[in-house]
Design a binder for this molecule. Sequence first.
Ligand code: 6PG
Length: 469
Amino acid sequence: MSNNLFDFGMVGLGVMGQNLLLNMADHGFSVIGFDKDETKTAALENAATPGTTVKGVPDLAHMVEQLQSPRKVMMLVPAGKPVDDVIASLLPLLERGDVIIDGGNSHYTDTLRRVQSLEGTGVSFMGMGVSGGEQGARTGPSMMPGGNKEAYLHLKPVLESIAAKVNGEPCVAYLGKGGAGHYVKMVHNGIEYAIMQLISESYALLKHAGLNNDQLHEVFKSWNEGALQSFLVEITADIFLQKDDQSDQHLVDVISDKAGSKGTGKWTSQDSMELPVAVPVIDTAVAMRTISGYKDERVQAAALYVDPQLGEFSDAWIREVHDALYFATILSYAQGLAMLHQASKELAMDIPMPEVVSVWRGGCIIRSSLLEIFAKAYGQSPELPNILLNQDVAELVKSIEDNTRKVVAKAILAGVPAAGFMSSLGYFDAYRSERMPTNLIQAQRDYFGAHTYQRIDIPGTFHTEWGKN
Ligand code: 6PG
């Protein structure tokens, strides 16, 4: 620490704030954190690795005056008004060239507004998605910063040193202008919702076929050792082993099926419709969490309608479900990445797609071996509108397409809910159609509303007095 001043400041010493600071300290940076709650400032200091420089203070001005210029202050406070309140308190204490970073899950439109409103002050504002939960923050998160590019250069050394590493490369990069960092994190979470939904459908399809928790553990464990290797499949395998400490059951069997959400998946769906870009697997994942909340109605409906019947499981069925999960997971990434590509242009964010997939390879919730394949695809063509257009991805998808169709068909016939799988296949079949039946929709629109249509053979806009010939 030069001049007894600290390298980095943090506002908000909840689990994420504390863990990120401790991670920085472990990498040789001197850090100081502010929280009004003195139990948290004390907890921060107590948790520090011996020999590292970590201080907690209950006074914001006291923290800022101990920071080296240009000052780098991150906040990890709840999204919304608390972020604006912290900015208002910080601004009078900061100077030109200082940088404020919002590391929470803010909506990108709020981030853009904050970036713009601070533009005249000389203080830069950056929105940064942070993924990986508590453990990731402490040992290596994936970080998605966006905003002022020059300001990022001040943050780069510390962020690169604390980030997760894949093949020695840090899982952090400058991801674009304005609210780009939070936009990328929002879509990350949309994909997270989609993959979690698909894993839960795979679970249903295997459980209805008779697999018990120990067998489910073995299946997901073996999947995680192959093409489906990913953080979410890995933790799923672990979950099936966990015993309940309040009964003799497995914990997963006594957990209520009402799924919670903090809203980032919903934001992804909402914003996709604004662009517009189609992300139906994400939409379906959001809808299924909503339906999971209709518990009382589902209990009534279950008494009215028949139960799913899938029959005995077989090795072939496990292989088919594996391939369907692989297929639909690729489709989830494809939709989310296509959304980012489009949003980058529409919202002038200049999001570098090769960097996005590179940053997602480690540390974050959606890290998976698939990201290496996508990194290669964007390496060949950074402006690819959809990864389904990449030759290698196409070969992979074609190799698992048949089994996906079998799984969807069997799920439909048996009555096992598999809307995520169906949705991925529905999107795929539309996306690979050179001619869709939407010419008929254009005809209908023109018929009842004179909305006009284009022809395939003659340029121009046409209207017909339908039914007159
Ligand atoms: C991450 C996660 C995290 C998110 C939780 C909860 O990347 O570490 O995306 O940021 O907040 O997963 O999300 P829901 O409560 O909406 O499921």
